[in-house]
Design a protein around this ligand. Structure first.
Ligand SMILES: O[C@H]1[C@H](O)[C@@H](O)[C@H](O)[C@@H](O)[C@H]1O
Length: 604
């Protein structure tokens, strides 16, 4: 029977000794989660999730490792700011491109081959980076790694969602996000450890990524293709065999038939998938929601925090390079630890509440960060010395550290005692290295020379900024860090899944480049507090969007989710599918243990 747009039937197979249960979309029976006989979920599914999520780990590791590696590379290869920016953002830009094209590869070659290709690319990129003789080869290596990241970022969540049993899907896909933040954390620890090896330390930092890449490659040689993709390509027997293997039982007919039915429905349509997605209401709406989620994830400024945490910490008053690197490791540890909260909550409170709660906390923490920067700016030390500037640079015109620091060509040179900053001047930065001034007292760093602050000002409000940073990550990680990937892996029907995920992952990477590349410029125009108030405003917009448009997908079989998008794109919080009014219950195998809270007419 075809579901009508305002109601949907929920099929949920549970391996509980031959019976099948019907669940409400909230996954609840009598207000509780159905006992899902979780113990019968074969270990094999976890093995699959682990090996796939290594792709997430590499995504995190390779995007994270560069900040610490850069501190060493720039000294060894004498890199100017442009080259540094190139080495950081080329990877992200390449990831955007390959995520977009990955959709085609994913549909054509299958999830498994794509993951194999991604791990081969990661291995080649890692090797090239660690043996790079010059900056040109480094750039090529960073681009190659980016290509791997893009493919992995869109394929892994899809693969995990397709092999997971419904009741564990959210959790298992979210584990991929855990591996992303775990990769970023390990990268920051590796950065810290090898930062003491000033010569060639970066080669180890970059090269270590080869280990998980090779592990994933060999693992996937033995792991199966997604049964959904197999069935779509007509390999029915193989699909049924894989399905039985990952469900740990031979009786998988019901799930098999549901997948098959959803594929058969699409058999007649042809034309480019993206056009079909756009012409078909429910998939178009799903795409808007999926891309919107990914866009707002990046607009909430996560990567200004992740990529610039060492700089932000310096702004907050941490002066020593090594200390800043270790504190940056502490920030990525916070991101990692709080992703566990997301894994724990996703099947308990659902995607929608988790995302909304996370955004609310993220917005509040961003405003705290902004207030911290505002106070620092208002109490910024004034400039007391005006040395003769032979080159008449803009630096000699500034009256306070704040305005001096916001000019990328200047830095703040000062002495301080326990209570105040004194003997301060604003002088041009050395073009070859921002570690010292172009001339004068701060051009040659000795133990006796004054302090040199580039990009930050000494302030006594560091604690507010630090607190804001930690709170920001604690709120961001469980919801906004994870849900955009999780929700995107589930909201498209099979025929649109690869392309839908490719588009939304592409949007994620494009906004990642935009936000991280513009951060320092935005800060220069709007000041640091202005920049963080701007991110706060974007988070508020994101909250409206998610409150209005994101339906709850928890507890639904993948094949049923499309029906959530039958109505208008945005239901303004009104038509939450968690609201049992729209749920139809259909008996399966003559056994129905759940009852609607509503009147009998709801019960089929
Ligand atoms: O979900 C991830 C994660 O939160 C990372 O910390 C961030 O760097 C990525 O850009 C994001 O997509």
């Amino acid at each position: 029977k075809r579901p009508n747009p305002n109601s949907f039937s929920i099929r949920e197979s549970v391996d509980d000794g031959g019976r099948s249960l019907i669940r409400s979309p909230s996954g609840a029976c009598d207000g509780d989660l159905v006992d899902q006989a979780t113990s019968s979920t074969p270990v094999f599914v976890y093995v699959l999730a682990f090996f796939s999520a290594l792709g997430g780990f590499l995504f995190g590791y390779d995007t994270g490792v560069v900040s610490g590696a850069m501190l060493l590379i720039k000294k060894e290869m004498n890199l100017n700011a442009l080259w540094q920016e190139l080495l950081v953002s080329s990877t992200v830009a390449a990831a955007a491109l390959s995520a977009l094209t990955g959709g085609f590869l994913n549909g054509w070659l299958g999830r498994r081959i794509c993951i194999l290709v991604a791990s081969a690319i990661f291995t080649a990129g890692g090797l090239l980076l660690s043996f790079a003789p010059d900056k040109g080869v480094l750039l090529v290596g960073r681009i190659i790694v980016g290509l791997g990241i893009g493919i992995a970022s869109m394929t892994v969540p899809v693969y995990i969602a397709e092999v997971s049993p419904t009741h564990l899907r959210g959790q298992l896909v979210t584990i991929n996000s855990l591996f992303i933040t775990g990769g970023q954390f390990i990268a920051s620890v590796v950065d810290g450890a090898f930062s003491y090896l000033s010569h060639d330390g970066w080669r180890y930092m970059m090269g270590l990524s080869v280990v998980p890449a090779v592990l994933q490659f060999f693992g996937f040689l033995f792991l199966p293709e997604s049964p959904r993709w197999l069935l779509q390509k007509g390999f029915s027997q193989e699909a049924s065999r894989v399905l039985s293997r990952i469900r740990g039982r031979s009786d998988v007919d019901e799930e098999f038939e549901t997948i098959k039915a959803s594929i058969d429905e699409e058999k007649d349509s042809d034309g480019p998938v993206i056009l079909r997605i756009l012409n078909h209401g429910p998939t178009r709406r799903a795409l808007i929601v999926g891309c919107g989620l990914q866009m707002f994830q990046q607009l909430s400024g996560i990567n200004t925090v992740m990529y610039y945490s060492a700089t932000i910490l310096q702004m907050a008053g941490v002066r020593d390079d090594k200390q800043a690197i270790w504190l940056a490791a502490a920030t990525s540890a916070t991101n990692f630890v709080f992703t566990f909260v997301g894994v724990w909550l996703v099947e308990r409170v659902g995607r929608r509440k988790l995302t909304l709660g996370s955004l609310l906390g993220t917005g509040l923490s961003l405003s705290l960060l902004a207030v911290g920067f505002l106070l620092s700016a208002q109490h910024s030390p004034s400039i007391t010395l005006h040395p003769v500037d032979l080159y008449n640079s803009s630096c000699s015109h500034y009256g306070s550290c704040e305005s001096c620091m916001l000019d990328p060509s200047c830095g703040f040179c000062y002495r301080e005692n326990t209570t105040e900053v004194y003997d301060s001047s604003c002088v041009p930065v050395d073009e070859a290295s921002s570690d010292h001034a172009a001339w004068g007292r701060c051009s040659n760093q000795t133990d006796l020379s004054p302090f040199w602050a580039y990009n930050y000002c000494p302030t006594s409000y560091s604690w507010i900024i630090l607190m804001g940073l930690i709170l920001y990550l604690a709120f961001f990680a469980p919801g906004m860090g994870t849900m955009p990937w999780t929700v995107n892996s589930e909201i498209y029907p099979l025929w649109a899944r690869s392309t839908g995920n490719a588009c939304s992952a592409g949007v994620n990477w494009i906004f990642n480049v935009l936000v991280s590349l513009t951060f320092l410029h935005v800060a220069q125009f709007l000041t640091y507090y202005g920049a963080f108030f701007l991110y706060t405003a974007l988070v508020v917009l994101g909250m409206f969007f998610i409150w209005a448009c994101l339906p709850e997908t928890k507890g639904l079989q993948l094949e049923d989710i499309e029906q959530l998008f039958n109505g208008p794109t945005c239901f303004c919080g009104d038509m939450s599918p968690n609201d049992d009014r729209h749920v139809q219950y259909a008996p399966v195998n003559n056994y129905n243990s759940c009852h609607s809270d509503n009147d009998g007419s709801d019960v089929d």
